[in-house]
Design a protein around this ligand. Structure first.
Ligand SMILES: [Zn+2]
Ligand SMILES: [Zn+2]
Length: 334
């Protein structure tokens, strides 16, 4: 096993925080490490250093969650304090203050440490029972990761639609979901600003999709779960950002919900219950008020454009008239 550690510590320079001798663990055989890329090698080093796959999994899941959640929120916080981006703000008169952002960050951190961390701590135990691969290398082929993540998106969106719709029934709304609706104009950090029970209820789709998948297929790697979490968190923060940016995925894939779809849900306190896609709201008619609103906005914009065009024509006509009058005066003067 010393030989094993030597391989792990000499093939690649270890990141500083890992640059210690790990307890010998029988996680890998030397032949397991042949032909790995540098990311797979770091993965093997990390698990060897931690010595306990359950602990290593909890640390990876928690760190990924924190880095992506706050990392993805930072660009939107910067936009909130940069007037240039106001043209893409969906509710331009409702820019969150620094105090609101800080209040939200504190609440979210509390929820991350006291609600989500205990769940993450149990994730390895739960999924290893069903045969998840955690410390194993190499990683699955990227095509397998891609189709599994696509399936998780569909499962999560479906769960989210129904659970979220249930949370809007009067009793559950008052008891639980009202907290998340404290901000009628959401911003990135509000994505997980919610009652602890809601964190568990709506988190069930995010964490339940991979658990259900591995229970059914026995074919899932932890690295796929981390990538799934990363993309799902990026979607959730972006949906709450309050910015309908020109490079939003919704302009490429019309079924992608994006910020504009969920922003209306916060503004109107109803409609648009899904998270990532627009199809469930469309199929079950829970987006009719949203479409009526969109039509009003679009026709108001068209009306405004017509008014502007008319004003421009009037302005040109006035200038032409003034020129002609000047020409008549000039001719008379001669
Ligand atoms: Zn809601
Ligand atoms: Zn929301």
């Amino acid at each position: 096993m010393n030989n094993m550690n030597n391989i792990l510590h000499t093939i690649l320079p270890l990141p500083m925080f890992l640059n210690q001798t790990a307890e010998a663990t029988p996680m890998y055989q030397p032949s397991d490490l042949v032909g790995l890329n540098k990311y797979e090698m770091w993965w093997a080093q990390f698990f060897t250093y931690m010595g306990d796959p359950a602990l290593a999994t909890a640390v990876l899941v928690f760190l990924t969650h924190e880095i992506i959640y706050f990392g993805r929120s930072i660009p939107f916080i910067i936009m909130d304090f940069t007037p240039y981006f106001n043209k893409w703000k969906i509710q331009p008169n409702k820019i969150p203050t620094a105090a609101q952002q800080w209040h939200c960050a504190k609440m979210v951190l509390f929820s991350h440490f006291f609600i989500e961390l205990p769940v993450m701590g149990g994730f390895h135990g739960f999924t290893s029972y069903f045969g998840i691969q955690s410390h194993q290398v190499p990683f699955p082929h990227w095509t397998k990761m891609a189709y599994q993540i696509a399936i998780f998106f569909v499962i999560e969106d479906t769960c989210h639609y129904w659970f979220h719709r249930a949370l809007h029934t009067p009793r559950l709304y008052k008891m639980i979901h009202k907290v998340h609706h404290e901000y009628p104009a959401p911003f990135g950090l509000t994505a997980e600003y919610a009652h602890p029970l809601e964190v568990l209820i709506l988190g069930a789709g995010t964490i339940g999709a991979p658990i259900g998948w591995v229970a059914y297929t026995k074919d899932l790697h932890l690295v796929t779960v981390l990538l799934w979490m990363t993309l799902r968190l990026m979607q959730a923060v972006q949906a709450h950002s309050g910015y309908d940016l020109p490079w939003s995925l919704r302009f490429i894939f019309p079924f992608w919900a994006g910020a504009e779809h969920h922003d209306y849900h916060h503004k109107a306190f109803t409609s648009n219950f899904a998270s990532s896609f627009r199809w469930w709201d469309s199929i079950f008619g829970t987006d009719t008020a949203y479409h009526a609103y969109r039509r009003r906005i679009d026709s108001a914009k068209k009306g405004k454009a017509r008014e502007l065009a008319q004003a421009e024509e009037d302005r040109k006509a006035l200038i032409d008239g003034a020129r002609e009058a000047q020409a008549v005066i000039d001719r008379a003067g001669k």
